[in-house]
Design a protein around this ligand. Structure first.
Ligand code: GTP
Ligand code: MG
Length: 196
């Protein structure tokens, strides 16, 4: 994909604040700090289109970005982080589920996993929502650069086995080395479909 433009459109907490539906959309989902914002920046070759942070839970709203005036990337709030105020935590699930359930231009999603962690409730919640609302999704194991090859392979296997999903369905990715970027784009292009 050649990136000609990438622009922030707006942030939304609720349905009435979403930009009017039009272009096809891809949502980026995963627990807090997994690397959603970093993945988007890597895909569009920009260092700071989306704010990233070492403090989990920084993205607290749904953020819409227009890419090439052809499709939207949607950065979902980090989900399932324990150390945020209960008031914030309580709003996350409904905020995300409302978006997934109601956005008619949502073509697909990318679900991120930290390759160092065994998937837990947040990841299972997303898979359940995607299946329930018939949203096709791409599975990405991030921060692959943080592990040595042998450990990377065993984590890849364990994560796949935990979810009973074939190993080949996961893309190994690193925002640091850009490993996996091309494969993520190939899979995204399938979801986005033909663009002008
Ligand atoms: P929230 O918005 O809080 O939900 O986090 P997020 O999922 O958007 O994560 P973000 O992209 O902000 O990254 C969190 C931290 O992990 C930052 O310090 C990033 O620099 C780091 N990070 C993200 N991806 C990678 C990666 O592939 N490799 C390494 N080494 N660090 C990464
Ligand atoms: Mg973020």
């Amino acid at each position: 994909m050649i990136i000609k433009s990438a622009e922030f459109v707006k942030s939304a907490a609720k349905l009435s604040q979403y930009p009017p539906p039009g272009l096809p959309e891809i949502a980026f989902a995963g627990r807090s700090n997994v690397g959603k914002s970093s993945l988007i920046n890597t895909l569009v070759n920009r260092k700071r289109l989306v704010k990233t942070s070492s403090t989990p839970g920084r993205t607290q709203l749904i953020n819409f970005f227009n890419i090439n005036q052809s499709f939207l990337f949607v950065d979902l709030p980090g989900y399932g982080y324990e150390k945020v105020p209960a008031s914030v935590k309580k709003t996350w699930g409904p905020m995300i589920e409302t978006y997934l359930a109601s956005r008619e231009t949502l073509n697909g999603a990318v679900l991120l996993f930290d390759i160092r962690r065994i998937p837990g409730e947040p990841e299972l919640d997303f898979i359940e929502w995607f299946d329930h609302y018939n949203i096709p999704y791409i599975l990405v194991l991030t921060k692959a650069d943080k592990l040595k090859k042998t450990k990377m392979r065993s984590q890849h296997r364990v994560i796949a086995e935990t979810l009973s999903i074939p190993k080949e369905d996961f893309v190994l990715f690193s925002a640091k080395t850009r490993q996996g970027k091309d494969r993520v784009w190939d899979d995204l292009e399938e979801l986005i479909g033909p663009t002008p």
